[in-house]
Design a protein around this ligand. Structure first.
Ligand code: ADP
Length: 491
């Protein structure tokens, strides 16, 4: 319940209702002011001639001498007939010289500002004009006025306040009941109707927000496949789409982290396995040498030492490869790009493998075009990649086989291919040969000393050169590994 009261919907609705009530109150006040102004203007316009007409009645009574008793009597008489007016007789300075009032009421000021009176007499159209109310200091009222000759010497005025005090009292009472009966009632009805419609609309609008909240909470609890249906192209639709994207990214990152974790565990297992066996072998040979030192002939001893050295070399290579791959995968290696001749590089690499190829009875050849642009790459890393491929080709090709390295000029690249007539790779194995520690035939690779890292390193080297490596292989026919290098474009 408390949760509901704190909800966005309740806050929104409360603000809406407060605004509705404030709007209603200001509507009442504006209506009151506007209607007052309207009635005063209408009153003054309608009673424009009133003072003039009354003045005609007074003309005789004030023509020669001023008979205050009969004037007051006349004023009283007229005010009884029309309690809505108050009549004042003013001299030429605006001083009140005759009026009617109940005994308990006194005038608060005896002078009326003649400015508005003169404006009224001068301009027959301008309304409303407000003048002083002698019974209330500072209160302004609409009036009617006319010049009045009082006696022989006074050029006075007849000043008639159109909305008398009694009118004010009556109007106040009428206003109160009118306001209560009509305005407040209609205000309540409109607040009720608008309020109900508004609350329903808010409920509909916030429904989508509630849906979002449910999905987000479910997601938080582990339901990672939950997504918000995006129905509209508004702010809430955008919010939902953004959440869905965020959720996809989180799930993808989590998958990636899981994969990395699995890979890390496999790596540790593979490394331990690949290190344990050769170390155990070295230890075995060394222990034999130590124990049977006297009984072993020189030839046997030499044989044991050679094998130990071979295993140590293999171990050294494995550790080097691991170190190299970890550096490449951690993006610690930045290729030092420079222009160089691929033909020269290839000839050097062929020279390096010449002895090994001869020993194995394999024909190692290079096919170089006559004119070749320079490549733009890290020469050290490309040498490493090329060596890995030639090394593999020699390793997996039987005696009398062939290994050909070809270089072809492309549009803006140089294509390097290493093909052999070796054992080939089965189609179903091809997608995995670039994975770390992947060996097609574990025993075969173990016998040849490969740790399953060479192709992973080669692929990484080409990846940091923004290139890729492709493979085409047929079992018992041979394999071709190829990659492209960017050519040097002098500026
Ligand atoms: P390894 O050190 O075992 O050679 P690589 O990563 O270089 O590891 O190669 C992965 C696997 O791909 C090898 O174990 C081998 O089975 C296969 N392979 C690589 N090159 C060739 C090739 N030229 N001919 C046949 N099989 C190959």
């Amino acid at each position: 319940m408390i949760q509901f009261l704190k909800s966005f919907y309740i806050k929104l609705s409360a603000i809406f209702l407060v605004l509705l009530i404030l709007m209603g109150i200001s509507q009442i006040l504006i209506t009151r002011d506007a209607s007052e102004l309207f009635y005063r203007t209408a009153d003054q316009t309608m009673n424009r001639q009133l003072a003039q007409n009354i003045a005609t009645d007074f003309t005789d009574a004030v023509a020669d001498s001023i008979d205050f008793a009969s004037i007051k009597h006349m004023i009283h008489y007229m005010m009884v007939i029309n309690p809505g007016i108050e009549i004042y007789m003013l001299d030429e300075s605006g001083k009140v010289i005759a009026f009617f009032a109940e005994s308990y009421k006194k005038l608060q000021t005896e002078t009326v500002d003649l400015g508005p009176v003169r404006d009224f007499i001068a301009d027959s159209q301008a309304t409303p004009i407000f003048g002083d109310d002698p019974r209330h200091l500072g209160r302004k009222k609409v009036f009617s006025a006319a010049p009045l000759q009082i006696g022989k010497n006074i050029d006075g005025f007849l000043y008639v306040i159109i909305e008398s005090e009694q009118f004010d009292i009556a109007a106040e009472t009428v206003w109160e009941s009118f306001a209560v009966k009509t305005l407040i009632r209609s205000l309540l009805v409109s607040i009720l109707v608008t309020g109900i419609i508004g609350l329903i609309m808010f409920a509909l609008l916030t429904r989508q927000l509630r849906r979002i909240t449910v999905v987000v909470q479910d997601f938080e609890k582990g339901k990672l496949n939950e997504r918000i249906p995006v129905k509209k192209n508004d702010e809430i639709g955008h919010l939902s789409a953004s959440f869905n994207k965020l959720a996809d990214t989180i799930v993808a990152n989590m998958d990636e982290l899981k994969k990395t974790d699995i890979f890390r565990r496999e790596l540790v297992a593979n490394i331990s396995h690949d290190l344990r066996n050769p170390i155990a072998a070295i230890k075995g040979y060394l222990e034999t040498l130590q124990l049977k030192n006297d009984s072993l002939d020189l030839k046997k001893r030499q044989e044991y030492l050679t094998t130990t050295l071979q295993i140590s070399n293999m171990l050294e290579k494995l550790v080097e490869q691991l170190f190299e791959l970890s550096k490449l995968e951690a993006s610690q290696v930045k290729p030092q790009l420079e222009p160089f001749s691929v033909s020269d590089l290839l000839q050097d690499v062929i020279m390096k493998f010449k002895d090994l190829a001869e020993k194995k009875g394999i024909h190692l050849r290079a096919e170089l075009p006559e004119k070749l642009p320079q490549a733009y790459a890290d020469i050290g890393l490309i040498e490493r990649a090329l060596s890995n491929l030639i090394d593999n080709a020699l390793r997996y090709t039987p005696e009398n086989g062939e290994v050909n390295v070809t270089i072809k000029k492309g549009n803006q690249q140089i294509r390097v291919s290493v093909s052999d007539t070796g054992c080939g790779i089965r189609e179903e194995e091809l997608p995995f040969i670039f994975d770390r520690f992947y060996r097609v035939e574990k025993s075969r690779a173990r016998a040849t000393g490969g740790a399953g890292l060479g192709l992973a390193i080669t692929e990484k080297i080409l990846e940091i050169h923004k290139s890729t490596i492709s493979v085409d292989s047929r079992v018992d026919e041979g394999s071709t590994f190829a990659f492209d290098l960017r050519t040097w474009q002098p500026a």
